[in-house]
Design a protein. Structure first.
Length: 172
């Protein structure tokens, strides 16, 4: 079946229609088929809107819609091309926490210049600063530090063709 959006007035009217049909001796399955809804939808509507008038149902639906997300904010995010999740936390709180973390990273790296971001994350954890290691890695270059990539020693591939020759007696 095609999914439809019913207005609160339609919901209340459909519930009354089902009640009328049930009073005439029809079954729930037949009444739902007549309204082109499933039995599950009928029982959900009955639990939410059963015994309400159309005005009460409309008011309830508006209250629930306001709890989810302001439709204007949804449209604005779609126009700008931003995900809605970025609009839920105020930016000032994150900026303050990041500034504090940057200052701590500067102090710790000045005291121990050879430590990398992993070791600095351990030091921050010892100070009871709740921060993810990925966040420390992201802020590490912003503070003016850089990750040192040490080259690993290359190992040989395969076997050597060099034959060791005995240079003295009983040497194998």
């Amino acid at each position: 079946m095609k999914k439809r959006q019913h207005t609160p007035e339609q919901l209340v009217r459909n519930l009354r229609e089902v009640d009328r049909m049930l009073g005439e001796g029809s079954t729930v399955v037949v009444a739902c088929k007549h309204l082109e809804i499933t039995g599950q939808t009928y029982y959900r509507w009955r639990n939410q809107y059963g015994g309400m008038k159309a005005d009460d149902a409309k008011r309830l639906k508006e209250v629930n819609r306001g709890k989810l997300l302001n439709p204007a904010k949804r449209r604005a995010c779609a126009v700008v091309g931003q995900p809605r999740s970025t609009q839920r936390k105020p930016a000032g709180v994150l900026a303050q926490a990041e500034q504090h973390l940057r200052s701590r990273l500067r102090v710790l790296s000045a005291a121990t210049p050879r430590y990398g971001y992993r070791r600095l994350h351990v030091l921050l954890a010892r100070e009871r600063t709740l921060v993810n290691h990925i966040c420390v890695q992201r802020l590490y270059p912003d503070v003016g530090l850089r990750s040192r990539n040490t080259k690993r020693k290359r190992t040989r591939l395969g076997t050597s063709t060099y034959q060791d020759v005995a240079t003295y007696l009983h040497h194998e």
